[in-house]
Write a protein that binds this ligand. Structure first.
Ligand code: GDP
Ligand code: MG
Length: 315
Protein backbone atom coordinates (compact mmCIF):
# COMPACT_ATOMS: atom_id res chain seq x y z
CA UNK A 1 0.00 0.00 0.00
CA UNK A 2 1.07 3.63 -0.31
CA UNK A 3 3.36 5.10 2.31
CA UNK A 4 0.91 7.80 3.28
CA UNK A 5 -1.34 5.07 4.58
CA UNK A 6 1.37 3.15 6.40
CA UNK A 7 -0.14 2.72 9.83
CA UNK A 8 1.67 3.60 12.98
CA UNK A 9 0.38 1.97 16.14
CA UNK A 10 -0.16 5.39 17.68
CA UNK A 11 -2.53 6.80 15.08
CA UNK A 12 -5.38 4.35 15.12
CA UNK A 13 -7.47 2.79 17.80
CA UNK A 14 -6.15 -0.55 18.94
CA UNK A 15 -7.38 -3.56 17.07
CA UNK A 16 -8.43 -1.79 13.90
CA UNK A 17 -7.41 -3.26 10.59
CA UNK A 18 -7.94 -1.99 7.09
CA UNK A 19 -6.83 -3.00 3.62
CA UNK A 20 -7.53 -2.91 -0.09
CA UNK A 21 -8.47 -6.05 -1.97
CA UNK A 22 -8.29 -5.91 -5.75
CA UNK A 23 -10.66 -8.18 -7.63
CA UNK A 24 -9.08 -8.96 -10.97
CA UNK A 25 -9.97 -11.35 -13.72
CA UNK A 26 -10.94 -11.71 -17.34
CA UNK A 27 -14.09 -9.97 -18.53
CA UNK A 28 -17.32 -11.68 -17.46
CA UNK A 29 -15.97 -13.83 -14.62
CA UNK A 30 -18.31 -12.03 -12.20
CA UNK A 31 -16.24 -9.29 -10.55
CA UNK A 32 -19.02 -6.72 -10.58
CA UNK A 33 -21.59 -9.23 -9.38
CA UNK A 34 -19.31 -10.00 -6.45
CA UNK A 35 -18.74 -6.35 -5.63
CA UNK A 36 -22.47 -5.72 -5.59
CA UNK A 37 -22.99 -8.65 -3.27
CA UNK A 38 -20.18 -7.44 -1.02
CA UNK A 39 -21.59 -3.93 -0.90
CA UNK A 40 -25.04 -5.37 -0.30
CA UNK A 41 -26.28 -2.95 -2.94
CA UNK A 42 -25.95 -2.44 -6.61
CA UNK A 43 -22.87 -0.28 -6.98
CA UNK A 44 -21.35 -1.78 -10.10
CA UNK A 45 -23.17 -2.53 -13.30
CA UNK A 46 -23.49 -6.11 -14.42
CA UNK A 47 -24.22 -7.46 -17.84
CA UNK A 48 -23.68 -10.64 -19.78
CA UNK A 49 -21.66 -8.56 -22.26
CA UNK A 50 -17.91 -8.23 -21.77
CA UNK A 51 -16.30 -4.97 -20.76
CA UNK A 52 -19.28 -3.32 -19.17
CA UNK A 53 -17.33 -2.04 -16.19
CA UNK A 54 -15.39 1.08 -17.05
CA UNK A 55 -14.75 2.73 -13.73
CA UNK A 56 -13.11 1.57 -10.56
CA UNK A 57 -15.82 0.76 -8.04
CA UNK A 58 -15.41 0.08 -4.37
CA UNK A 59 -17.36 -2.09 -2.00
CA UNK A 60 -16.59 -1.51 1.65
CA UNK A 61 -17.16 -4.25 4.19
CA UNK A 62 -16.76 -4.28 7.93
CA UNK A 63 -15.90 -7.49 9.75
CA UNK A 64 -15.83 -6.57 13.42
CA UNK A 65 -12.89 -4.15 13.75
CA UNK A 66 -11.61 -4.76 10.23
CA UNK A 67 -12.51 -2.68 7.20
CA UNK A 68 -12.07 -4.36 3.83
CA UNK A 69 -12.14 -2.19 0.75
CA UNK A 70 -12.85 -4.31 -2.32
CA UNK A 71 -11.99 -2.77 -5.66
CA UNK A 72 -13.89 -3.90 -8.73
CA UNK A 73 -11.79 -3.44 -11.82
CA UNK A 74 -12.52 -3.48 -15.50
CA UNK A 75 -11.64 -6.91 -16.87
CA UNK A 76 -8.08 -7.48 -17.96
CA UNK A 77 -7.69 -8.27 -21.62
CA UNK A 78 -5.37 -7.47 -24.51
CA UNK A 79 -6.30 -4.43 -26.48
CA UNK A 80 -4.74 -1.90 -28.77
CA UNK A 81 -7.60 0.58 -28.48
CA UNK A 82 -6.75 3.60 -26.43
CA UNK A 83 -9.97 3.63 -24.45
CA UNK A 84 -9.77 -0.03 -23.64
CA UNK A 85 -6.16 0.29 -22.59
CA UNK A 86 -7.23 2.96 -20.09
CA UNK A 87 -9.61 0.44 -18.56
CA UNK A 88 -6.99 -2.28 -18.43
CA UNK A 89 -4.42 0.14 -16.96
CA UNK A 90 -6.94 0.99 -14.25
CA UNK A 91 -7.32 -2.71 -13.49
CA UNK A 92 -3.56 -3.21 -13.17
CA UNK A 93 -3.22 -0.10 -11.06
CA UNK A 94 -5.88 -1.45 -8.74
CA UNK A 95 -3.88 -4.66 -8.40
CA UNK A 96 -0.60 -2.86 -7.80
CA UNK A 97 -2.05 -0.77 -4.96
CA UNK A 98 -3.80 -3.61 -3.18
CA UNK A 99 -2.91 -5.38 0.03
CA UNK A 100 -4.40 -8.54 -1.40
CA UNK A 101 -5.17 -9.56 -4.97
CA UNK A 102 -8.01 -11.97 -5.60
CA UNK A 103 -8.14 -13.37 -9.10
CA UNK A 104 -11.59 -14.54 -10.10
CA UNK A 105 -11.95 -17.54 -12.34
CA UNK A 106 -15.08 -18.78 -14.02
CA UNK A 107 -15.59 -22.33 -12.75
CA UNK A 108 -16.64 -23.39 -16.24
CA UNK A 109 -13.49 -22.10 -17.93
CA UNK A 110 -10.92 -22.69 -15.18
CA UNK A 111 -7.36 -21.88 -16.13
CA UNK A 112 -8.03 -20.78 -19.68
CA UNK A 113 -5.63 -18.59 -21.65
CA UNK A 114 -7.08 -15.34 -20.30
CA UNK A 115 -6.79 -16.52 -16.70
CA UNK A 116 -3.27 -17.85 -17.20
CA UNK A 117 -2.14 -14.57 -18.74
CA UNK A 118 -3.39 -12.60 -15.75
CA UNK A 119 -1.90 -15.01 -13.20
CA UNK A 120 1.44 -15.01 -15.01
CA UNK A 121 1.62 -11.25 -15.03
CA UNK A 122 0.76 -11.04 -11.35
CA UNK A 123 3.41 -13.65 -10.58
CA UNK A 124 5.96 -11.73 -12.68
CA UNK A 125 5.12 -8.63 -10.65
CA UNK A 126 5.85 -10.64 -7.51
CA UNK A 127 2.26 -10.52 -6.27
CA UNK A 128 0.88 -13.24 -4.08
CA UNK A 129 -2.54 -14.06 -5.37
CA UNK A 130 -5.59 -15.67 -3.89
CA UNK A 131 -8.05 -17.30 -6.22
CA UNK A 132 -11.82 -17.21 -6.11
CA UNK A 133 -13.45 -19.79 -8.31
CA UNK A 134 -16.76 -18.18 -9.15
CA UNK A 135 -20.02 -19.49 -10.63
CA UNK A 136 -19.70 -22.79 -8.79
CA UNK A 137 -23.49 -23.01 -9.12
CA UNK A 138 -22.96 -23.78 -12.81
CA UNK A 139 -20.70 -26.82 -12.44
CA UNK A 140 -20.78 -30.16 -10.65
CA UNK A 141 -18.67 -30.16 -7.48
CA UNK A 142 -16.54 -32.99 -8.89
CA UNK A 143 -15.42 -30.71 -11.72
CA UNK A 144 -13.72 -28.43 -9.22
CA UNK A 145 -11.22 -31.00 -8.00
CA UNK A 146 -9.05 -31.13 -11.13
CA UNK A 147 -9.09 -27.34 -11.26
CA UNK A 148 -7.91 -26.90 -7.69
CA UNK A 149 -5.24 -29.53 -8.36
CA UNK A 150 -4.01 -27.58 -11.38
CA UNK A 151 -4.00 -24.37 -9.38
CA UNK A 152 -1.98 -26.06 -6.65
CA UNK A 153 0.59 -27.11 -9.27
CA UNK A 154 1.02 -23.41 -10.03
CA UNK A 155 1.56 -22.70 -6.34
CA UNK A 156 -1.93 -21.29 -5.96
CA UNK A 157 -3.28 -22.89 -2.82
CA UNK A 158 -5.28 -20.04 -1.42
CA UNK A 159 -8.59 -20.78 -3.04
CA UNK A 160 -12.20 -19.90 -2.34
CA UNK A 161 -15.17 -21.38 -4.14
CA UNK A 162 -18.01 -18.97 -4.50
CA UNK A 163 -21.17 -18.09 -6.30
CA UNK A 164 -21.22 -14.32 -6.49
CA UNK A 165 -24.71 -14.51 -7.91
CA UNK A 166 -26.26 -16.69 -5.22
CA UNK A 167 -23.91 -15.89 -2.36
CA UNK A 168 -22.53 -19.34 -1.60
CA UNK A 169 -19.09 -19.20 -0.03
CA UNK A 170 -18.92 -15.42 -0.03
CA UNK A 171 -19.20 -14.99 3.75
CA UNK A 172 -16.41 -17.53 4.27
CA UNK A 173 -14.25 -15.70 1.77
CA UNK A 174 -14.85 -12.34 3.44
CA UNK A 175 -14.00 -13.81 6.85
CA UNK A 176 -10.81 -15.32 5.46
CA UNK A 177 -9.80 -12.06 3.84
CA UNK A 178 -10.53 -10.06 7.00
CA UNK A 179 -7.92 -12.10 8.85
CA UNK A 180 -5.28 -10.90 6.40
CA UNK A 181 -5.82 -7.17 6.46
CA UNK A 182 -2.97 -5.14 7.96
CA UNK A 183 -3.41 -3.16 11.16
CA UNK A 184 -4.37 0.38 10.39
CA UNK A 185 -7.02 3.06 10.65
CA UNK A 186 -10.25 2.79 8.69
CA UNK A 187 -10.29 4.80 5.50
CA UNK A 188 -14.07 5.17 5.28
CA UNK A 189 -16.86 5.66 7.78
CA UNK A 190 -17.88 2.17 8.94
CA UNK A 191 -21.41 2.49 7.52
CA UNK A 192 -20.29 3.49 4.04
CA UNK A 193 -20.86 0.87 1.33
CA UNK A 194 -19.10 2.39 -1.65
CA UNK A 195 -17.23 5.48 -2.85
CA UNK A 196 -19.46 5.89 -5.88
CA UNK A 197 -21.18 9.24 -5.92
CA UNK A 198 -24.91 9.31 -6.56
CA UNK A 199 -24.34 11.18 -9.83
CA UNK A 200 -21.97 8.53 -11.10
CA UNK A 201 -24.19 5.69 -9.89
CA UNK A 202 -27.13 7.29 -11.68
CA UNK A 203 -25.13 7.50 -14.91
CA UNK A 204 -24.02 3.88 -14.56
CA UNK A 205 -27.59 2.69 -14.07
CA UNK A 206 -28.62 4.33 -17.32
CA UNK A 207 -25.60 2.82 -19.04
CA UNK A 208 -26.61 -0.58 -17.71
CA UNK A 209 -30.03 -0.18 -19.36
CA UNK A 210 -28.31 0.80 -22.59
CA UNK A 211 -26.36 -2.45 -22.38
CA UNK A 212 -29.50 -4.45 -21.78
CA UNK A 213 -31.71 -2.80 -24.40
CA UNK A 214 -29.38 -2.03 -27.28
CA UNK A 215 -27.55 -4.62 -29.28
CA UNK A 216 -24.23 -5.50 -30.78
CA UNK A 217 -21.49 -2.93 -30.68
CA UNK A 218 -23.65 0.07 -29.94
CA UNK A 219 -23.48 -0.01 -26.10
CA UNK A 220 -19.70 0.15 -26.33
CA UNK A 221 -19.95 3.39 -28.30
CA UNK A 222 -21.99 5.03 -25.57
CA UNK A 223 -21.09 7.09 -22.54
CA UNK A 224 -23.56 8.50 -20.04
CA UNK A 225 -23.01 11.57 -17.94
CA UNK A 226 -25.16 13.06 -15.20
CA UNK A 227 -25.27 16.72 -16.10
CA UNK A 228 -27.76 18.13 -13.63
CA UNK A 229 -29.07 17.07 -10.25
CA UNK A 230 -31.80 19.07 -8.57
CA UNK A 231 -33.22 18.15 -5.18
CA UNK A 232 -36.78 19.26 -4.57
CA UNK A 233 -38.39 20.07 -1.27
CA UNK A 234 -40.94 17.30 -1.69
CA UNK A 235 -38.06 14.79 -1.55
CA UNK A 236 -37.95 14.07 -5.25
CA UNK A 237 -34.98 14.67 -7.51
CA UNK A 238 -34.68 15.76 -11.12
CA UNK A 239 -31.73 14.12 -12.84
CA UNK A 240 -30.63 15.30 -16.26
CA UNK A 241 -28.30 13.04 -18.19
CA UNK A 242 -26.58 13.06 -21.55
CA UNK A 243 -26.19 9.89 -23.56
CA UNK A 244 -23.16 10.39 -25.78
CA UNK A 245 -23.00 8.53 -29.05
CA UNK A 246 -20.00 8.56 -31.36
CA UNK A 247 -21.72 8.90 -34.70
CA UNK A 248 -24.71 10.80 -35.97
CA UNK A 249 -26.26 7.61 -37.36
CA UNK A 250 -26.31 6.06 -33.88
CA UNK A 251 -28.70 8.72 -32.59
CA UNK A 252 -31.84 7.40 -34.27
CA UNK A 253 -31.10 3.91 -32.94
CA UNK A 254 -30.83 5.13 -29.35
CA UNK A 255 -33.89 7.28 -29.90
CA UNK A 256 -35.90 4.46 -31.46
CA UNK A 257 -39.06 4.76 -33.50
CA UNK A 258 -40.95 7.78 -32.24
CA UNK A 259 -38.56 7.98 -29.28
CA UNK A 260 -39.57 4.52 -28.12
CA UNK A 261 -36.12 3.21 -27.27
CA UNK A 262 -34.95 6.17 -25.23
CA UNK A 263 -38.28 6.03 -23.36
CA UNK A 264 -37.67 2.39 -22.48
CA UNK A 265 -34.17 3.21 -21.27
CA UNK A 266 -35.52 6.12 -19.26
CA UNK A 267 -38.36 4.14 -17.69
CA UNK A 268 -36.14 1.23 -16.70
CA UNK A 269 -33.38 3.47 -15.33
CA UNK A 270 -35.82 5.69 -13.46
CA UNK A 271 -37.46 2.68 -11.83
CA UNK A 272 -34.10 1.36 -10.61
CA UNK A 273 -32.96 4.78 -9.42
CA UNK A 274 -36.15 5.26 -7.40
CA UNK A 275 -35.56 1.92 -5.70
CA UNK A 276 -31.88 2.63 -5.09
CA UNK A 277 -32.26 6.17 -3.79
CA UNK A 278 -35.64 5.48 -2.18
CA UNK A 279 -37.20 8.67 -3.55
CA UNK A 280 -39.15 9.92 -6.54
CA UNK A 281 -36.87 10.43 -9.53
CA UNK A 282 -37.61 12.48 -12.63
CA UNK A 283 -35.08 11.37 -15.17
CA UNK A 284 -34.41 13.36 -18.34
CA UNK A 285 -32.20 11.97 -21.07
CA UNK A 286 -30.64 13.87 -23.94
CA UNK A 287 -28.70 12.27 -26.74
CA UNK A 288 -25.62 14.06 -28.01
CA UNK A 289 -23.13 13.16 -30.67
CA UNK A 290 -19.57 13.49 -29.43
CA UNK A 291 -17.43 11.73 -32.00
CA UNK A 292 -14.29 11.86 -29.94
CA UNK A 293 -15.61 11.25 -26.43
CA UNK A 294 -13.17 8.37 -26.12
CA UNK A 295 -10.29 10.80 -26.53
CA UNK A 296 -11.67 13.47 -24.20
CA UNK A 297 -9.75 13.57 -20.90
CA UNK A 298 -12.86 14.90 -19.10
CA UNK A 299 -14.86 11.80 -20.01
CA UNK A 300 -12.07 9.69 -18.58
CA UNK A 301 -11.82 11.69 -15.40
CA UNK A 302 -15.55 11.26 -14.87
CA UNK A 303 -14.97 7.54 -15.07
CA UNK A 304 -11.98 7.54 -12.75
CA UNK A 305 -9.61 6.62 -15.57
CA UNK A 306 -6.46 8.30 -16.86
CA UNK A 307 -6.10 8.88 -20.56
CA UNK A 308 -3.19 6.75 -21.76
CA UNK A 309 -0.77 7.93 -24.44
CA UNK A 310 -2.13 7.43 -27.96
CA UNK A 311 0.52 5.03 -29.25
CA UNK A 312 0.05 1.36 -28.37
CA UNK A 313 2.35 0.12 -25.68
CA UNK A 314 3.98 -3.25 -25.30
CA UNK A 315 2.57 -5.84 -22.92
P1 GDP B 1 -17.39 -8.95 -14.78
O1 GDP B 1 -17.19 -8.61 -16.23
O2 GDP B 1 -16.28 -9.82 -14.27
O3 GDP B 1 -17.62 -7.75 -13.91
O4 GDP B 1 -18.70 -9.88 -14.74
P2 GDP B 1 -20.20 -9.49 -14.31
O5 GDP B 1 -20.28 -9.34 -12.83
O6 GDP B 1 -20.67 -8.35 -15.15
O7 GDP B 1 -20.95 -10.85 -14.66
C1 GDP B 1 -20.94 -11.39 -15.97
C2 GDP B 1 -22.12 -12.35 -16.08
O8 GDP B 1 -21.91 -13.50 -15.24
C3 GDP B 1 -23.44 -11.76 -15.65
O9 GDP B 1 -24.43 -12.20 -16.55
C4 GDP B 1 -23.66 -12.31 -14.25
O10 GDP B 1 -25.01 -12.42 -13.89
C5 GDP B 1 -23.03 -13.69 -14.37
N1 GDP B 1 -22.54 -14.20 -13.07
C6 GDP B 1 -21.70 -13.59 -12.21
N2 GDP B 1 -21.45 -14.36 -11.12
C7 GDP B 1 -22.19 -15.48 -11.28
C8 GDP B 1 -22.38 -16.67 -10.46
O11 GDP B 1 -21.84 -16.87 -9.38
N3 GDP B 1 -23.21 -17.62 -11.01
C9 GDP B 1 -23.83 -17.48 -12.20
N4 GDP B 1 -24.63 -18.46 -12.61
N5 GDP B 1 -23.68 -16.37 -12.97
C10 GDP B 1 -22.87 -15.39 -12.53
MG1 MG C 1 -17.51 -5.78 -14.37
Amino acid sequence: MTDSRAPSPADHPAGRHCGFVALVGAPNVGKSTLVNRLAGARVSIVSPKAQTTRTRVLAIRMVEETQIVFVDTPGIFQSSRRFERAMVDAAWRGAADADLVVCLLDARHGLDAAARNILDRLAAAGRTVSVAINKVDLVKPAALLPLTARLAEQGLTDIWMISALHGDGVAEMVAGIAGRMPAGPWLYPPDQLTDMTDRLTAAEVTREKVFHLLHDELPYAIAVETETWEDFRDGSVRIGQIIFVERENQRPIVLGKGGQMVRRIRTAAQRDLEAMFDRRVHLFLHIKTAPRWRDDPDRYRDMGLDLPPPEPRQG
